[in-house]
Structures are given as C-alpha cells and as structure tokens.
Design a protein around this ligand. Structure first.
Ligand SMILES: CC1=C(O)/C(=C\N=C(/Cc2ccccc2)C(=O)O)C(COP(=O)(O)O)=CN1
Length: 457
C-alpha cells in the first residue's frame, strides 16, 4: 500500500527501562564483558537475537487456549502437519523443541565420521551439530559476502563452482549433504537467490548428494527473491516459498524465527518415507515423541498459526522495511554495515570500524560492549568469537567478517527504539579508535561465546 505504518495495532505492552550509565558499566564489568550474561532488566533495547523474541499475534495467543496436550496424536500436531504440507508441499513433519533439536535428530542419519557437510554458511549451532555427527562443516560462500560496502542482491549465495571442486577433490561418498541456509545468518542475514538454489540442486543431483535447507528465515528469503530476482516480482510469497522448498528433500527449521514463536523447531521431509521413519524413531529418545517433539500442544498451535502469518506481504514489507530503516540511518551516519541489509538484522562491520583491534581480540564484541554502555542496547558478535576453534588443530579460526549483529525481534520495537540504537552507535563511532580489544579470562569448550568471560586487553 502507499502507507508505511505497521500492519497491526498494539494490544499488550511490556515495560522497559534504561538503567543509569554507572549501573550499566558495573553490570557489564561484573559479567566479564559477556552480553549474554546480562539480565534482561539491565538491557533497554534487546537486539541480541531475533530468535524466540518475537511478539505473537492475538490469534497465536488464542491458539494457546486450544492446546491439545494428548501425549500422542495431538490435534495441534495434525494442524502443524497440514500447514507444512500446504506451505512447503512436504509430506512428513517431526516437531522438535527448537532448531538444534531438529538438527540433533536429522543430521546423524545423514552425516558420519570423516564426512563433510557443505553449506553457503553453517550458522554456529548448525556447525556444532554437523561436528557432533562426526562430520566437518565447510562453508562455501561467494566473494560478494565479504565485500560489506559493495551492493549485491544475493550475498547469501553458495559458490557452486567452489563446491563442485571440493566434491571432486574429496569424492562424493565423503559429502554427507549440502545444506542451504536461507537467509544466510552469518553473512548478514543475506538472501539466497532461487537461481542459486536451482544450480545447487543440479550440483547435488549430479553427485547424488542430498540437498537440505536450514529454513529458519525462509519467508524473509522469499521476500528478497520477490524484491530482487528477475521474473519473481509478480509472484506471491507463497508461490516463491513453495518453489524454494521444492528443490530440497528435507529441512530443519527453528520456529523461533520465521514462525514467530517463542520456542520450537521442525524437521520436514518431502517424500522419503524411509528417512522419515528413521528420524521419527530417533526423535523418541531425543525429543520425546514424534507428535510433540519436546513441545506442549499449545506451542505447536502457535507455530502452525505463525507460519501462516509470516508469509503475509504486508507483514514482510513492514518487518524488512524496519531493518532497512535502521540500516539506512546507520549508513547515513557513516557507520559501515553489511550492505544491503539482511532480513532480520543490521550487521555493523566492526572490522572496518575498529581496524586497530585484531580479530582474536574480537572487535565485534568490543563494539557491542561499548554500545551497551552508551545506550543499554544489546547486540551480539558474529565473527571470530562466534566461529570458535578448529576442532582438529584447536587454533582460533579467523572469521571472514568481524561483525556486530543488531537483530530486530519481530513486531516488538518501533522506529523510535531504533533511533536510540542509531544514536548509541554514533557515540560508539566517535570513540571507536580508543576502544581496546578483549581477551578471555574464561573460555568454554563448546560454543564458547554463550558463557565466556573477558577482560579489556
Ligand atoms: C540459521 C540458523 C540459526 O540462526 C539458528 C539459531 N540462531 C540464533 C540463536 C542463537 C544462536 C547462537 C547464539 C545466539 C543466538 C540467532 O540468534 O541467530 C539455528 C538454531 O536454532 P535454535 O536456536 O532454535 O536451536 C539454526 N539455523
């Protein structure tokens, strides 16, 4: 339409507050400069993640009252199966408690010791589950993904040539699967074009390798295809979604993103009954039972309803328009970001903003700590800290980009809140060259960023 206002009015609100600067400085120092360790009431505007932090609609809330808590065969499960069939044209659905729940059930059935998982970019928790299955996660993004200041419509694409060389080098029996992350979170929530998905499918078929989707932000990916890909402008989001999923044979999906639910995950299997039965039996010890997957019936209802809401064009116009609003304001202030903005967050190029901080002193984390001190805004580092160490050598892997992610929860904040973020980032920019890096005082074994402790270098 020709007006930009939110396609909803607000019915319930949750108070937030900005604690005094002194208290913010004490709080972050006390938790060892790890933003994950702050309590929510110490955070004014929480851009840590868009995962599980969205606001449900009144219809989703109403659905909670229709939770069928039958142990087996819950009515909400049937609704979930029906919406997966309708939206993705996938026969089989197995719920899980979240995305990682889906990954832990599915991946070991497809990947094993000494094998490789190929992806445009594995998000860190997905990489962890490929490794837990005994395989190695290999990212095959294109050069466009690392040139943050340069426009490219599909920075999330997989480099098909690079992937083919790798397959030929290792031998096809060494490749467990190709998993396409849509949108590509670690590249900056960047979309993957349908052309790239098609070409990846052709590659997978040529070598008889399964193609999976990590579909956490599938609706946002579809929106960018409609906006930017030749021949898709007049297609509905629903049509684009169905085509995207038609090229894969299974997906894992964190319902905490584009199902706008606070918890939940899904495994979708297109038509491979044998794989479905194996996954279904694995879900019993790991996720409880194949018709509830670690969730209450009410949660499955919320997910089923959220999946229908997320593909509405008015919602996506608003949601991605809000991310662009923040991105445009930061760029106007001369703050380097991954451009164009992605679907769920603005990724500040911390490597460019604080070039004096080496990658292994975590510039993204240093900027994130400063933004919290300046404005009580919590972001998250997506760079070397998140990437972790090489499981074989133990060496710190250097990330392709050192980013500070400002993830925008769905239907939660107004542009006024985002203006505070812009103001806070301007203050950080003005002192960026005086910032020092961080070093570990405590480094956990696995997924270290969640609980690590630091001190300024
Ligand atoms: C593409 C993709 C994801 O982005 C994803 C989770 N993302 C998250 C959640 C998170 C993870 C690590 C640190 C902080 C926050 C995000 O903040 O971005 C998962 C796992 O889903 P799960 O959290 O439901 O287990 C699978 N794939």
């Amino acid at each position: 339409g020709d007006f930009k206002a939110e396609p909803f009015k607000i019915k319930a609100v949750e108070p937030i507050q900005l604690i005094p600067r002194r208290e913010r400085e004490e709080a972050i120092q006390k938790v060892g400069y790890n933003l994950f360790s702050l309590n929510s009431d110490q955070v004014y505007i929480d851009l840590l993640t868009d995962s599980g932090t969205g606001a449900m609609s009144d219809r989703q809330w109403a659905g909670l009252m229709q939770g069928d808590e039958s142990y087996a065969g819950s009515d909400n499960y049937q609704k979930l199966v029906a919406v997966v069939q309708e939206l993705f044209d996938y026969e089989y659905t197995i719920p899980a408690h979240q995305g990682r729940g889906a990954e832990q059930v599915l991946f070991p059935l497809l990947a094993g010791k000494g094998q490789y998982g190929i992806s445009n970019m594995h998000f860190d928790t997905t990489k962890a589950h490929v490794e837990l299955a005994g395989a190695k996660a290999v990212d095959m993004f294109t050069e466009n993904a690392v040139e943050t200041g340069k426009y490219h419509p599909f920075k999330g694409n997989l480099d098909v040539e690079k992937a083919e060389e790798f397959i030929q080098e290792k031998g096809t029996e060494k490749i467990a699967f190709i998993i396409m992350t849509i949108t590509c979170n670690s590249a900056g929530g960047q979309p993957v074009s349908l052309e790239n998905i098609k070409n990846t499918k052709l590659l997978a078929d040529r070598y008889d390798i399964p193609l999976l989707l990590d579909a956490a932000r599938f609706a946002e990916n579809a929106y960018f295809i409609k906006q930017r890909e030749e021949g898709y402008q007049d297609k509905t989001i629903k049509t684009i979604v169905k085509e995207m999923f038609s090229y894969a044979e299974a997906f894992t999906l964190s319902a905490k993103k584009d199902a706008i639910a606070n918890i939940g995950g899904l495994i979708g299997i297109k038509d491979d009954e044998k794989l479905y039965k194996r996954a279904r039996s694995r879900s019993v010890p790991l996720e409880g039972f194949p018709t509830y997957g670690g969730l209450a019936g009410r949660d499955m209802e919320a997910i089923a309803r959220g999946l229908r809401e997320v593909i509405q064009l008015e919602y996506l116009d608003y949601r991605i328009g809000q991310v662009k609003y923040l991105g445009d304001n930061l760029r106007e202030a001369g703050i380097p970001i991954q451009y164009p903005v992605g679907g769920h967050a603005v990724f500040v190029d911390a490597g460019k903003m604080a070039p004096h901080i080496p990658h292994n002193q975590f510039p993204g984390q240093a900027l994130g700590v400063e933004l919290y001190k300046e404005a009580g805004v919590r972001g998250v580092e997506v760079g070397t800290l998140l990437l972790g160490r090489d499981p074989d050598t133990g060496e710190n892997l250097q990330a392709p980009l050192e980013l500070l992610r400002l993830a925008i929860p769905r239907r939660v904040y107004t542009d006024n809140h985002l203006d505070v973020v812009t103001e806070g980032m301007k203050r950080v920019r003005d002192k960026a060259d005086q910032l020092s890096g961080l070093k570990f005082t405590y480094e956990p074994e696995v997924l270290r960023h969640f609980t690590a402790k630091f001190e300024p270098v």
